[in-house]
Design a binder for this molecule. Structure first.
Ligand SMILES: Cc1cc2nc3c(=O)[nH]c(=O)nc-3n(C[C@H](O)[C@H](O)[C@H](O)COP(=O)(O)O)c2cc1C
Length: 320
């Protein structure tokens, strides 16, 4: 399935692994890229040295293209972080929160594409004005930090606003070939998928996270400021419920994040050996697609099935 995205990224399938902090580490990124999708490291939970080591570990496992997502960085740290991403051999830099104006030229001069996550039409317009090459239109269904507009209305509105200038990728609630076909029907050129890839053997996760993904139904998430101070869709926990019921105001960033750490409710970036994780408290970002995930599957199988099923859906629609 060739689209403007596969052409731009140099990949077989228009399927991007979301750069999920704490989850999208080298094994998952390499597995998605090797399968013909586009893997993205989630570097937000990594220190500088760890990020460089993770990039090198991706390169050991695959020579296919991949990207790196930084949720946010202090403006003075951004150029050096981005230079490490470029030097490591990534081909895409993804900015998770905010338009990365200060590093667009640096990326372009050294051949890197810049991707920006957007939850509103005006974010996408600002990103394109700043020179970003691809925008991801992320609906509120998505896991992690999220806005208020759903994927179905958001994607075509962003396509109408900027789609003639840059490719638009759809995100939020997409977990199979039907979602990919729907995204293409809305005018997107591919998908950016997070939650479905948490339930893979290759994903990094603390104990209990993958089990909760598999056992939750479609109502099993909520949007809360309990863990980071920003609106974030997570698996519902007693900790998040109690915070919401209390009516408490979150501390400004990074205060609330530090508070959830101090409360022993935030081990994102840890793995199955991380001690003292309580799944009734833990910070486990996830989207409304959780209800559609019955089991862990290798990442390559998810990529291949998504691409094949989308083609079948589109062929069936064309033939009817
Ligand atoms: C565990 C988790 C961590 C995430 N961390 C980040 C991040 O660090 N940077 C970012 O841009 N987006 C992050 N996101 C959002 C994803 O990039 C993506 O937009 C979202 O997962 C797509 O929706 P879906 O989960 O319904 O597939 C995260 C999402 C999850 C589930």
């Amino acid at each position: 399935m060739q689209t403007a995205l596969t052409e731009k990224l140099g990949v077989r399938h228009p399927i991007m692994l979301a750069g999920m902090g704490g989850v999208s580490y080298h094994r998952l990124v390499a597995a998605v890229s090797e399968a013909g999708g586009f893997g993205c490291l989630g570097a937000s939970t990594m220190g500088d040295e760890e990020m460089v080591a993770e990039i090198a570990a991706v390169r050991e496992l695959t020579d296919k293209p991949f990207g790196v997502d930084l949720l946010t960085a202090a403006p003075q740290d951004m150029p050096s972080k981005v230079q490490a991403i470029i030097d490591g051999g990534a081909s895409v830099f993804v900015a998770g929160l905010g338009v990365p104006r200060e590093v667009v030229d640096q990326c372009h001069e050294q051949g890197l594409l810049v991707v920006n996550m957007c939850g509103k039409v005006h974010h996408a317009v600002d990103a394109v004005d700043a020179g970003c090459d691809i925008v991801v239109a992320q609906g509120t269904e998505a896991g992690g930090h999220t806005g208020r507009v759903a994927t179905m209305p958001l994607v075509p509105q962003i396509v109408d606003a900027v789609g003639s200038e840059v490719p638009v990728v759809a995100a939020g609630g997409i977990f199979d070939g039907r979602g990919l076909a729907a995204a293409l029907a809305l005018g997107a050129v591919g998908v950016w998928v997070g939650t479905r890839f948490i339930a893979t053997p290759e994903a990094r996760a603390v104990n209990g996270f993958k089990d909760r993904i598999v056992s939750s139904d479609e109502t099993g998430t909520l949007v809360t400021r309990a863990y980071t101070g920003k609106t974030c869709r997570v698996l519902a926990t007693e900790y998040a419920d109690a915070f919401e019921r209390s009516g408490e105001k979150p501390e400004p960033f990074p205060g609330q994040f530090l508070r959830s750490l101090a409360d022993g409710a935030n081990h994102l970036g840890g793995d199955e050996d991380t001690p003292d994780v309580d799944p009734d408290k833990e910070f486990m970002p996830a989207g409304q697609a959780v209800g559609a995930i019955p089991a862990l599957l290798p990442a390559a199988e998810i990529v291949e099935a998504m691409a094949a099923d989308a083609e079948a859906v589109l062929a069936a629609l064309a033939g009817s």
